[in-house]
Every structure is written in structure tokens, then in C-alpha cells.
Design a protein around this ligand. Structure first.
Ligand code: BEZ
Length: 239
């Protein structure tokens, strides 16, 4: 049945990793791939708010590190303005935000004035000034076949143990949905502390799924006193 099929799939031995390294076509260097569960590399870099050490900046918070192609560009202006407006939402979730582009700190400071003016907000998080591309390269934010010099729109969600919990990459022409980033943080924070997973298009407050590995009915009853609906043995929904 579907349940057996799914557990068999989960137990299948992992495939061997591809053996060819990913090379930067310009430098020939091996490019790093950050994967979920990896430790987010620490760094020290200039920013619009002075030098920043990443891990120290995060402290015990969650983090959102995100890159954008360049200062004084229209899509980025809307993204950073909207992120500033979400300050209370990030604070509620114990999240610190850190932006990045390969422009300098002086440019960032002038651009922040523009963002504040045009988006009716106050940018309240630092923007890394990654002129030497130290962080962009460490986090593989420059995709040379898309653009040789500018960062793409990368997002890394990092948990309080400094582990990478989400990576997404958007093209320069498409502004990201920062409500989605908040939604993922809600899901991660919920699923880290309860034996649940969140279904398609889930939002905070919606029904959740009891993880298939939890089979002990006594434990289920204790953890989910409101009960659950088993649509299939592997698909159990609880309020
Ligand atoms: C922008 O942020 O508006 C943008 C940046 C690079 C390419 C295209 C758009």
C-alpha cells in the first residue's frame, strides 16, 4: 500500500554523490555547495552598519541571509523596503536579517536613504558590503552563467545552531516573496518542537500532519489530545 511504498522509499540507500566538482568557469576554483543541515560558514565583512561577524551577529537568533544583485535597482529597492516593514514579524520569531550585495558601504548608506523615502519605511538591518565577494563566494551567490559579477537572489535561513535550514535562489528579474520566508520560519519552528510536518500551502494556525514515524497510539494521544483524522495510514491530519 501507499504507506509501505513510502517507507520503502525512505529506507532506500542514498545514491552515490556525483564525483565531478562544480568549477567556477572564470577562476577554475571548486565552488562550494551549501546544503541543508550544513553549518552556515562564519565570516567577517563590512556592512552599512560597520564590520559584522556573522555568527556573533546572529547570537542565539535565527537568521535570514539574503543577497540581491545591486544597489539602486528597482526590484531590490522594493524587496529591502518590504523586509524593513516586516521588522516586527522577524522580531516575534527571534530572527535577525542580513542583506548583501557586492556594492560598497557608502553606496549602501546612500541607497538606504532612497529605500526609506520611496518605500515609506526605515531600513533597520545591515546590508553587507561584499566588494571583495568574500561572502558571495563562500555562499555560492554568484552564478557566472547567469551573471559573471553580480549576486543572484539567494536566501539562507539559519537556525540558532547555525545550521542551514533553507536555501532558495531566484533570478535577478523576479522579486522574492518575503511572506513565504516568514511562512517557512513558522513551519521550521513548529516542526522542530512537535512531531509534525506542514502540508501544501500551510500557514500558521492551519491543520498539520503527524509525522509517519510516530506510530505509538499512546504517545499520539498524549501529544495530540484533539485527535487526528487518518485519510490514509500515512496521512494523518491534526488541528
Ligand atoms: C532590480 O533589482 O531591479 C534588478 C537587478 C538586476 C537586474 C534586474 C533587475
Amino acid at each position: 500500500d501507499g504507506f509501505r511504498h513510502e517507507t520503502q522509499f525512505l529506507r532506500r540507500p542514498p545514491r552515490r554523490a556525483a564525483s565531478l566538482p562544480n568549477l567556477n568557469p572564470h577562476t577554475g576554483d571548486i565552488m562550494s555547495h551549501l546544503r541543508l543541515g550544513d553549518t552556515a560558514p562564519d565570516f567577517e565583512q563590512e556592512s552599512s552598519a560597520g564590520p559584522i561577524r556573522f555568527h556573533e551577529y546572529l547570537g542565539n537568533s535565527w537568521g535570514v541571509l539574503f543577497s540581491h544583485p545591486a544597489d539602486f535597482t528597482p526590484v531590490c529597492t522594493t524587496e529591502l523596503g518590504y523586509t524593513a516593514k516586516l521588522a516586527d514579524e522577524f522580531a516575534k520569531r527571534n530572527v535577525k536579517v542580513l542583506a548583501l550585495s557586492v556594492d560598497g558601504a557608502d553606496s549602501h548608506s546612500k541607497w538606504i536613504e532612497d529605500i526609506n523615502d520611496t518605500q515609506s519605511t526605515k531600513v533597520n538591518f545591515p546590508i553587507l558590503a561584499d566588494k571583495d565577494r568574500k561572502v558571495s563566494e563562500l555562499y555560492d551567490m554568484i552564478h557566472p552563467n547567469a551573471n559573471a559579477t553580480l549576486t543572484v537572489r539567494s536566501v539562507f535561513i539559519v537556525d540558532p545552531n547555525k545550521k542551514v535550514r533553507l536555501t532558495i535562489t531566484y533570478p535577478a528579474s523576479t522579486g522574492r516573496n518575503f511572506n513565504e520566508i516568514l511562512r517557512v520560519i513558522d513551519s521550521l519552528q513548529l516542526t522542530d518542537s512537535h512531531s509534525v510536518a506542514t502540508p501544501v500551502n500551510w500557514e500558521d494556525g492551519d491543520d498539520v500532519i503527524i509525522v509517519p514515524s510516530l506510530q505509538d497510539e499512546a504517545v499520539i494521544k498524549q501529544k495530540f489530545p484533539k485527535g487526528y483524522k487518518a485519510v490514509r495510514p500515512y496521512l494523518r491530519i491534526t488541528p
